[in-house]
Design a protein around this ligand. Structure first.
Ligand code: TYD
Length: 202
């Protein structure tokens, strides 16, 4: 049996990635593929409990990073690897690129530490495709729903998101084979057309 494919969605808060996950999943299902949609931090009962803490409780930067990777370890073991081994496809709303962008870029944790954790938690697994939804900071900010309470990350300042976005864009260059950058300021139909183009290649 051929292994399934692993697709990740990335971007700063407010970039609009979550809006497009359903569209991509549906397009793949129309091809007859079995597709799981999941998210990080989270994706398992334990991971969802860790998500609650990560999004709302103040903690040391290294604790935050270790918990992100702890949730990821569980997610890989319980959801991602078994599904891929069964030949099914997995779409995850964020994965390790988010740790490099947010904990590394936004919060300035050293690259070495992140690389050690990445090597520890998934030495032999990388996404087959990473869709990076990119928008200027002002656009992202204006999209955050002001009527709900913002989480710990969403409350960060503009400099934090500028650094986060810069790391995402740098990684898109460094790992150009798996990354596709999507200009998320476009109208939805245009983004869908771009997604169709990309999906035709995998
Ligand atoms: P997000 O994916 O934006 O969910 P929602 O669309 O429901 O708000 O929220 C997850 C937050 O977690 C986001 O602000 C980025 C942060 N995060 C990290 O800082 N590091 C990570 O490794 C991951 C997976 C997420």
């Amino acid at each position: 049996m051929t292994s399934g494919k692993f697709i990740t969605f990335e971007g700063i808060d407010g970039a609009g990635k979550s809006t497009h996950i359903g569209y991509v999943a549906e397009k793949l299902r129309q091809r007859g593929l079995l597709v799981h949609t999941t998210r990080e931090p989270g994706g398992t009962p334990l991971g969802e409990r860790l998500r609650e803490m990560l999004l709302h409780e103040k903690m040391h930067l290294e604790t935050e990073t270790l918990l992100m990777f702890a949730a990821r370890r569980e997610h890989l073991a319980q959801v991602i690897e078994p599904a891929l081994a069964r030949g099914e496809w997995v779409i995850s709303d964020r994965f390790t690129d988010a740790s490099f962008a947010y904990q590394g870029g936004g919060r300035k944790l050293s690259l070495d530490k992140l690389q050690v954790l990445e090597q520890w938690v998934h030495p032999n697994r990388q996404p087959d495709l990473t869709l990076l939804f990119d928008v200027p900071l002002e656009v992202a900010r204006s999209r955050l729903d002001a009527s709900r309470e913002l989480d710990r990350f969403e409350q960060e300042k503009a400099e934090f998101f500028a650094a986060t976005r810069a790391v995402y864009l740098q990684r898109a260059q460094d790992f150009a084979q798996r990354f596709r950058v999507i200009d998320s300021t476009c109208p939805v139909e245009q983004t869908h057309a771009r997604l169709d183009q990309i999906l035709a290649t995998i």
